[in-house]
Design a binder for this molecule. Structure first.
Ligand code: PMT
Length: 227
């Protein structure tokens, strides 16, 4: 799938989502967006047109050609991606999307009253899962698995249940990896159960490894179509 300027399109989700409780409070996570933005930079360097759907982050853009669509919630992230997924050759789900959101968003700031307070949560849309249902065989999807335990088993489950081509496993147990760091330690797993483990590297270098692996899957798909 090409754009009018003939560049292949990559869609990337990055950063956290924020799920509103009331006008002044939200539920979120520690994602800084660094991993997703590094992947965006690596794809730009490879000549792709990059659409980056980004949760709230504090990153100044080094590439002027990067097209960033800012969003807050998982629902907003999903809606923004729906426009671009059909035209994307490669999609990378690097965002840390909140799995749950408050069942009700209060329109007024909630007042302090009782000693205890509980919040009812409902499941959020699983963006990678939804696009997995409509992915064509000329598209490449790469997800992340952020794990604390049973890493490989959980990553494989996500690879298949979300119909991904590759899953990038990263663990919060590894030092200087995942949330907020400038470095990450990943294992890329494909659907043939091949595991490619990398040492701790800068997120810029990790991004190049991910981009290289995703492009390779795309090339294999093209060869299979031509054969
Ligand atoms: O942003 P940084 O500070 O640089 O940190 C990088 C990172 C740790 C956020 C990144 O490397 C990472 O692991 N991102 C995915 C985090 C995550 O939500 O993983 P998960 O195992 O819960 O989700 C599995 C996959 O489904 C992910 O590709 C995720 O983007 C996607 N997902 C999950 C839930 C949901 N509702 N929608 C989704 O699309």
């Amino acid at each position: 799938m090409k754009t009018t300027n003939n560049k292949p399109i990559v869609l990337i989700t990055a950063g956290p989502t924020r799920e509103a409780i009331d006008p002044v409070r939200f539920i979120s996570n520690h994602s800084s967006g660094k991993m997703g933005y590094a992947i965006a930079g690596a794809f730009l360097d490879k000549g792709f047109e990059v659409i980056l759907v980004s949760g709230p982050v504090n990153i100044s853009l080094s590439h002027t050609s990067l097209r960033v669509i800012p969003v807050n919630s998982a629902d907003e992230m999903y809606t923004a991606c729906q426009k671009y997924f059909p035209v994307a050759q490669i999609t990378i789900f690097a965002a840390a999307v909140a799995d749950y959101k408050p069942a009700q968003v209060y329109t007024q700031k909630m007042k302090k009253s009782a000693h205890e307070f509980s919040l009812q949560m409902v499941k959020n849309v699983d963006i990678a899962f939804e696009f997995g249902k409509i992915k064509r065989n000329d598209q490449v999807s790469v997800g992340f698995a952020l794990e604390t335990n049973d890493e490989e088993q959980n990553a494989l489950k996500k690879l298949y249940s979300k119909n991904l081509d590759l899953i990038v496993l990263n663990s919060v147990k590894d030092e200087a990896a995942t949330f907020g760091y400038d470095t990450n330690k990943i294992t890329i797993i494909n659907r043939d159960f091949q595991f490619q483990a990398f040492p701790l590297k800068s997120k810029a270098e990790v991004a190049v490894d991910i981009v290289t692996a995703a492009i390779k899957v795309g090339q294999k798909q093209e060869q299979a179509v031509q054969a």
